[in-house]
Design a protein around this ligand. Structure first.
Ligand code: NAD
Length: 261
């Protein structure tokens, strides 16, 4: 059973992942090459836990215990004894591959490696490690403490023991798994981004106003948030990062990017 988690990258996602892992009782070792990012991450986790305490979702004692379980370092070797290392670094294939090349030899042979990539091939990233059988995609949704889903994506070599261990862990984090094959953007973003894209075209062509488009999809399709509101919520700057691979495969047009200009 996975008991200790290393997380590499303490940005938006690494912060959320460390929050839910620590709250679930796991020992967390959080690494970032940028010391300021680590400081910011711990402060954000403290503030987010405070909010959960004020809403009665988490007790003050559980919050304190969770914060004590998160240790930080700028040294990649800090995660060497962890049972699972989740990579949540910048969405750039070269950056991630280089990170895996440096990380793999420091880990114990039984350690599993997961990536939180939104769009890069799991099989390609696995090939940059010394253990493709123990490598898997764990795609958390933002904001991690709130969103219930984790997509799990096997690479071509991922073995069943890795898949089962990670699936069991997701259950312990109180989240639900959706299994996706290793296609660009997996399931959620593959379906969501063309919808957001179409909502921008719907606005551009004058079919409806911002308010009409969002109201139509909220009340007409029972979505909790309209697609344009969702685009703002996700952040269009982030969308560019996450959709670069989708774009290159012609699945999404440039409308989202035109909107930014
Ligand atoms: P972010 O830019 O907020 O954080 C990335 C962090 O990684 C930064 O703090 C950076 O200093 C650190 N980093 C980069 N290279 C590193 C290295 N070699 N060693 C150590 N630290 C390094 O990014 P994010 O939004 O948290 O995204 C992280 C990953 O999660 C990406 O793969 C992204 O596609 C994926 N993701 C993001 C979202 C989202 O909505 N933001 C949702 C799901 C998945």
């Amino acid at each position: 059973m996975i008991k200790s988690i290393g997380i590499v990258g303490s940005g938006q996602m690494g912060t959320g992942i460390s929050h839910v892992c620590a709250l679930a009782g796991l020992d967390v070792r959080l690494v970032d090459m940028n010391a300021d990012a680590l400081t910011h991450s711990l402060a954000a986790t403290g503030a987010n836990l405070d909010r959960q305490v004020s809403r009665g979702k988490v007790s003050a004692a559980d919050k304190d215990a969770a914060l004590k379980r998160i240790q930080t370092s700028t040294d990649l070797a800090f995660v060497k004894d962890c049972d699972l290392v989740i990579e949540a670094a910048t969405e750039n294939e070269a950056v991630k591959k280089e990170l895996f090349r440096k990380l793999s030899p420091t880990l114990k042979p039984s350690a599993l490696i997961a990536t939180n990539t939104s769009s890069i091939s799991i099989t390609r990233l696995a090939a940059a490690t010394d253990r493709p059988a123990k490598f898997i995609g764990m795609h958390f949704m933002n904001p991690v403490p709130v969103m219930q889903l984790v997509e799990i994506i096997r690479g071509i070599a991922t073995d069943n023991a890795t898949y089962e261990a990670v699936r069991e862990l997701v259950g312990r984090l109180g989240k639900t798994v959706a299994v996706s094959e290793d296609f660009p953007a997996f399931i959620v973003n593959r379906i969501l981004l063309p919808m957001i894209n179409e909502s921008v075209y719907t606005l551009y062509e004058g079919v409806g106003s911002v308010e009409s488009i969002d109201t139509a999809m909220k009340l007409g399709a029972n979505h909790p948030m309209g697609p344009l509101e969702l685009a703002d919520f996700i952040g269009l700057d982030r969308s560019e990062e996450h959709t670069s691979e989708l774009q290159s495969r012609g699945l999404i047009s440039y409308a989202v990017f035109c909107l930014k200009k």
